[in-house]
Design a protein around this ligand. Structure first.
Ligand code: G3I
Length: 325
């Protein structure tokens, strides 16, 4: 529906390979059905700790697996991510660095990943989750060692690497808390402007959209936030959509109806701003393997398929949102 109605993608994160998902036939049948998903984002396998486990020793196996699976089924891949505070190899976090030596590490990592996978990646999340709620840069080994300049350097290195490939690869900033107007959204808006002022490539901003049932921003707020970015000339995408229950029960008719409306509203906000909202990705499609319960004790039921991989009302609400606009 997404492809036909708006030439946008509708995709999902998948934590594969090396997990139970890899051999779950029912899971795989849903994941690889192009009628369900036109895009995959690897939930883990392209992150630093998996791709550069030892300095300058690269492991592309997990990322290749996801790319092969996606390509076989006609799906695109948003590659995720190059620079983040989390899931970094021990040799980085326990190393002794100066700004110059750590900048060289970051550059080498970015160059290798971007040039290796080329435009098999539709896009790269170049920097992931760089901001605190108050709009300041959050702490990370990159920020704390290199300073705020790390952010601009990461995009500069990604741009240089893209140039080497000669391919069209979109470069994104990806974060949560940018789904409605506010201090953090304004800070991200200013980062985009600063990159543009320095003539450094930035093509889009990923609005993660990890929500709580009954607690999502209004459609109007979600539309306004997206428009703020679009007005700067960059694309937007909903990159990690899920709507979790903060407590059980997760499967009452009333709860599922509210959740379905929350999914509808978010997808509708993407549809309403036009096709430069390029697509929507849910962060895990199923409650069976969702990241939520292990990250937030007692919370769950966040996804569009339940624990037995049956479609929930949210699945159908998304289809309606895509076709309503
Ligand atoms: O690789 C080990 C494995 O060897 C071990 O047996 C297993 C036992 O728990 O853990 C495995 O590592 C887990 C990893 O996912 C791979 O499955 C980690 O414990 C677990 O913490 C990690 O969680 C990931 C999380 O990022 C880390 O922060 C989630 O799967 C992933 O969905 C999540 O994704 C992030 C996005 O990248 C950025 N935005 C927020 C989003 C949700 O947190």
């Amino acid at each position: 529906l997404a492809r036909d109605n708006g030439k946008l993608w509708f995709g999902t994160a998948a934590d594969i390979p090396g997990t139970a998902e890899q051999t779950d036939k029912d899971y795989l049948r849903i994941l690889t059905n192009p009628k369900n998903f036109g895009e995959i984002t690897p939930a883990n396998m392209m992150k630093f700790m998996y791709t550069e486990p030892q300095q300058n020793v690269f492991n592309f196996t997990g990322g290749d697996y996801v790319l092969n699976l996606a390509e076989k089924n006609g799906m695109r891949v948003r590659c995720h991510n190059l620079v983040w505070s989390s899931q970094i190899s021990d040799w980085v976090t326990s190393g002794t660095w100066t700004a110059a030596t750590l900048t060289a590490v970051m550059k080498n990592h970015i160059y290798n990943l971007v040039t290796h996978w080329g435009n098999r990646c539709y896009s790269w999340d170049v920097v992931n989750e760089a901001l605190n709620g108050d709009g300041t840069f959050s702490s990370s080994i990159w920020h704390d060692t290199i300073g705020p300049e790390y952010f601009f350097l990461a995009f500069q290195f990604a741009q240089e690497a893209v140039k080497k490939t000669g391919k069209d690869i979109k470069l994104y900033y990806n974060d949560y808390g940018l789904e409605s107007p506010g201090t953090k959204t304004t800070a991200a808006y200013n980062l985009v402007k600063e990159l543009q002022a320095r003539k450094i490539q930035i093509d889009g901003v990923g609005l993660e959209s990890h929500f709580k049932v009954g607690g999502t921003p209004s459609v109007a707020a979600q539309v306004t936030a997206k428009k703020e970015f679009l007005d700067l000339g960059v694309d937007v995408a909903i990159t990690e959509l899920d709507v979790r229950f903060v407590a059980a029960p997760y499967y009452t008719a009333a709860g599922e109806a509210t959740q379905a409306q929350n999914y509808y509203d978010s997808v509708a906000s993407c549809m309403q701003v036009g096709r430069r909202c390029r697509g929507i990705t849910v962060w895990d499609f199923d409650d069976k393997y969702s990241w939520v319960p292990s990250a937030f004790t007692g919370q769950g039921g966040a996804d569009i398929y339940n624990e037995t991989l049956q479609r929930k009302p949210a699945y159908y609400a998304i289809a309606e949102a895509i076709t309503d606009v």
